[in-house]
Design a protein around this ligand. Sequence first.
Ligand code: ADP
Ligand code: UDP
Length: 237
Amino acid sequence: MNELKLLYEGKAKRIYETADEHVLLVQYMDQITALDGLKKEQMASKGALNNQITSLIFEILSDYNVPNHFIKKTSETEQLVKRLHMLPLEVVVRNVAAGSFSKRLGVAEGTPLVRPIIEFYYKNDALHDPIINDDHVVFLDIATDEEIIKIKRRAFEVNEALIRIFESIGIRLVDFKIEFGKDEDGQILLGDEVTPDTCRLWDMDTNERLDKDLYRRDLGDVIPVYKEVLRRLTHIN
Ligand code: ADP
Ligand code: UDP
């Protein structure tokens, strides 16, 4: 592990090169951040929980035939993935109004959306990830019109699959952020992670928040609820 070259350290993960140029090792860190990195803390076992949660979800997404980067979990905190050329795009899918959507449009949190809504954000720290539209995506050379259509279709497919997965464990999928990248053949695959850091997950019976909003909004400890999400996922068939 130590001899691997560190390619990138982000807010939640470290990315290492491996002996295979097409494969990366992702290490989930015990770090939690919010508010554009202004809030930051070390949190024991968070890396292991997210690595296990996202590994299980990507395995299920593979069963749903969603093309993705996941290869295998190699330790509590690490996994191997296909190396992608990531698009600098945060693709947000929403089923229920919450967060920045509620604020921007004045819609009460918890309002169900008649149909899912996709938003694009330009992944650019210096610009604080501004919301952008399809024309901006083309202008910024992030994707072509045809690729945007494909990305949106994929994002809706991921949404359908995730809604079903979470519904089966009593969780309402409010919204989430995903990232796509291109493999060496130019195919667009789902990359990055699907965890309670990147999704809003509400308990269907109690409306309890089972995600990072607890940390963002100082509502409580995330570790017990991440453990609960993992426990429920582990018990899917
Ligand atoms: P951030 O960069 O937002 O701080 P992370 O700490 O999660 O986020 O860093 C992980 C980085 O790895 C992200 O920039 C993400 O786009 C990138 N990434 C995710 N999956 C892959 C992949 N399969 N190949 C290459 N890069 C990836
Ligand atoms: N999200 C994320 N990373 C980001 C911004 C948002 O994973 O940098 C996720 C967030 O967890 C939520 C969804 O995307 O599930 C929509 O977030 P929103 O735009 O409401 O932003 P926030 O309220 O976090 O500012």
